[in-house]
Ligand binder design. Structure first.
Ligand code: LLP
Length: 389
């Protein structure tokens, strides 16, 4: 809920900006830490979800590790105080420069996505006279039942190594003397709300660890990736279901003595902590359609345009919170941005109170893959950030 005090504060601020509710973030991190610590699980925050400096500072202060997908993310994590011994580095296309940077930083583990990449890391580590810890990212062919643009664990995805390639992985690992095999890594997709999917993942992880052990490799690390979803339809229902999520792994993963279980959560930690705050620039009434034209668009939050993602849209100036008696009158608007693209539409046919130029609009649940996916298209200004105390 965006409070009346905040709505009043926003009136004096230039829009658009991301508003971060640091208390929601704190409570979410707390809940995740408690639920994971109960089982001795290790959580690496997926930096890609949001690398706003204040956000990652707070996440770091909770003692989480970092999951990075670029050299710059590895660098940012370490610069912001994440323990290098808790940094993992994934990605299908790590460049030599990025691998060298991570080797120099002495990170915990590379999550390796192809046999060729294993060979390159081996060679670069050898050139430095060092050894690199690696986990094999396996493509488990488990359907995440999420939007096809954010599914990653099926055979036809570019990510990970397919199961039928594992015999070649074993040969490569034996030949690569500068690599230390740590374990196996998975990530099957994002915004997963059906916990059954994770049961299927556990079954596959159990099979895969048996395969490696049968072939003479000790599996120390089981990394189940991230993907836990949030409820975009209830932005005030802040906290994701960490308890039941981790409980699935506790119940269904076959964890052997000495093994560590790792996770890479992004969205579930940050999504509900931010809203994109914008103003109505113009109200355009057509014959069949009414448009609210905002001063924020796909350059500030691209998820609705890229993934047909739903984000709740609220007119803060006309809300009952703002003490407005007309909050009940409802008109259907297409809520659009100012960018010169027809796809620059947040949502069609939104029921809203009658809205006017200058009204403040909140696009909720925008803390994950929001600010970080902003672009400078149309030579737009960089979107600002405002934080609660
Ligand atoms: N680990 C790996 C290897 C990943 O690729 C990802 C996300 C995560 C962890 C974290 O997943 P999460 O817990 O946040 O679901 N931009 C899209 C989502 C892309 C996710 C990419 N990988 C969106 O806005 O929905």
């Amino acid at each position: 809920m965006i409070s009346k005090a905040n709505i009043n504060k926003f009136k004096d601020l230039e829009t658009p900006f991301y508003y971060y509710d640091m208390e929601v973030l704190r409570q979410t991190l707390d809940a995740c830490r408690d639920a994971s610590a109960k089982h001795g699980f290790h959580v690496h925050y997926a930096m890609k979800a949001n690398f706003n400096p204040k956000v990652i500072d707070m996440i770091q202060s909770f003692g989480f590790g970092a999951d990075c997908v670029s050299g710059n993310e590895v660098k940012a994590a370490i610069d912001h105080g994440f323990d290098k011994g808790k940094v993992v580095f994934a990605g299908v296309g790590k460049s030599d420069r990025e691998i060298n940077l991570a080797l120099d930083a002495g990170i915990f583990c590379f999550n390796v996505e192809s046999i060729q990449e294993l060979e390159v890391i081996n060679e670069l580590a050898g050139a430095k006279g060092t050894r690199a810890n690696v986990a094999i990212r396996i493509n488990p062919n488990v359907d995440a039942h999420t939007h096809h643009f954010i599914t990653t664990g099926l055979d036809e995805n570019k990510f990970g190594i397919n199961i039928w390639q594992l015999p070649d992985v074993a040969v490569a690992l034996r030949a690569c003397s500068n690599l230390q095999f740590l374990g196996i890594h998975f990530h099957i997709g994002s915004q997963i709300t059906d916990l059954e999917v994770y049961k299927n993942l556990c079954t596959r992880i159990n099979e895969m660890q048996d395969w490696f052990e049968d072939h003479g490799f000790q599996v120390k690390v089981l990394n189940a990736g991230g993907g836990l979803g949030v409820d975009y339809y209830s932005p005030d229902n802040d906290i994701a279901d960490f308890e039941n999520y981790f409980q699935v792994f506790k119940n269904f993963l076959n964890v052997k003595p000495g093994q560590e279980v790792h996770f890479e959560l992004g969205r579930a930690l940050v999504a509900q902590s931010a809203s994109l705050i914008s103003r109505v620039l113009y109200v355009k009434n057509g014959l069949k359609k009414n448009f609210l034209i905002l001063d924020a668009g796909m350059t500030e939050l691209i998820r609705p345009m890229l993934y047909q993602a739903y984000h709740q849209i609220e007119n803060l100036s006309r809300s009952s919170e703002a003490g407005n008696p007309d909050a009940a009158t409802s008109i259907k608007y297409d809520v659009v941005g100012p960018i010169c693209e027809s796809t620059d539409c947040f949502q069609k046919d939104v029921d809203m109170p009658e809205s006017f130029r200058g009204d403040l609009i909140a696009v909720r649940t925008a803390g994950a893959y929001g600010e970080v996916m902003a672009s400078g298209y149309n030579l737009r200004d960089r979107v600002g950030s405002v934080y609660s105390a």
